[in-house]
Design a binder for this molecule. Structure first.
Ligand SMILES: *[C@@H]1O[C@H](CO)[C@@H](O)[C@H](O)[C@H]1NC(C)=O
Ligand SMILES: *[C@@H]1O[C@H](CO)[C@@H](O)[C@H](O)[C@H]1NC(C)=O
Length: 154
């Protein structure tokens, strides 16, 4: 009696797993990876370490990208904007977010300054010009960045 009940259950389970993995998983990409073994790059910016934890071009993710970025004291991103949602989690250190809101188009030269600190989180509204700057003189600033809708157009 129990066996008859279990067989459809397993078929249903197997079927749903197959459907899920074919629509969501990225083929051939390991499920668990050691971040210490993922290559880093500084894209020519001194004091920056960028790790694409998960990306569209590198790994085939379609909805989100995740980066781990470390800024040495004084290091910063260029001022840039992009048409995607972007959320930061500060893992280490502190610094300043400069944000020129779209709603202040007449004053692009005077961005708002937001102090960012360890265990803080912040987001950048879509298309707002921004810059992340490690304004601390001694400690590295490390952030985990989640970005929607890759590829990111800067
Ligand atoms: C992750 O990689 C680093 C650097 O290769 C290594 O030292 C560490 O042991 C690895 N961690 C695990 C759990 O394998
Ligand atoms: C960040 O804050 C949460 C909630 O208070 C806490 O559980 C966590 O330990 C904090 N993490 C760090 C790295 O301070």
């Amino acid at each position: 009696m129990m066996a008859f009940l279990w067989i459809p259950f397993f078929i249903a389970l197997h079927f749903s797993t197959t459907v899920e993995s074919s629509s969501c998983a990225v083929n051939g990409f390991p499920i668990v990876r050691n971040i210490s073994e993922i290559p880093q790059d500084n894209y020519g910016r001194q004091g920056l370490s960028h790790i694409t934890v998960a990306g569209s071009a590198l790994h085939g993710f379609k909805e989100i990208e995740v980066w781990l970025q470390t800024f040495a004291p004084g290091a910063r991103t260029p001022i840039h904007r992009h048409s995607c949602e972007e959320i930061f989690v500060v893992l280490k250190g502190s610094g300043t977010l400069y944000l020129a809101s779209n709603s202040h188009k007449n004053y692009p030269g005077s961005p708002q300054e937001f102090p960012i600190f360890k265990n803080s989180t912040f987001f950048v509204p879509v298309n707002d010009a921004h810059q992340v700057w490690n304004t601390d003189e001694h400690e590295d600033l490390q952030v985990l960045v989640v970005i929607s809708r890759p590829p990111v157009k800067v």
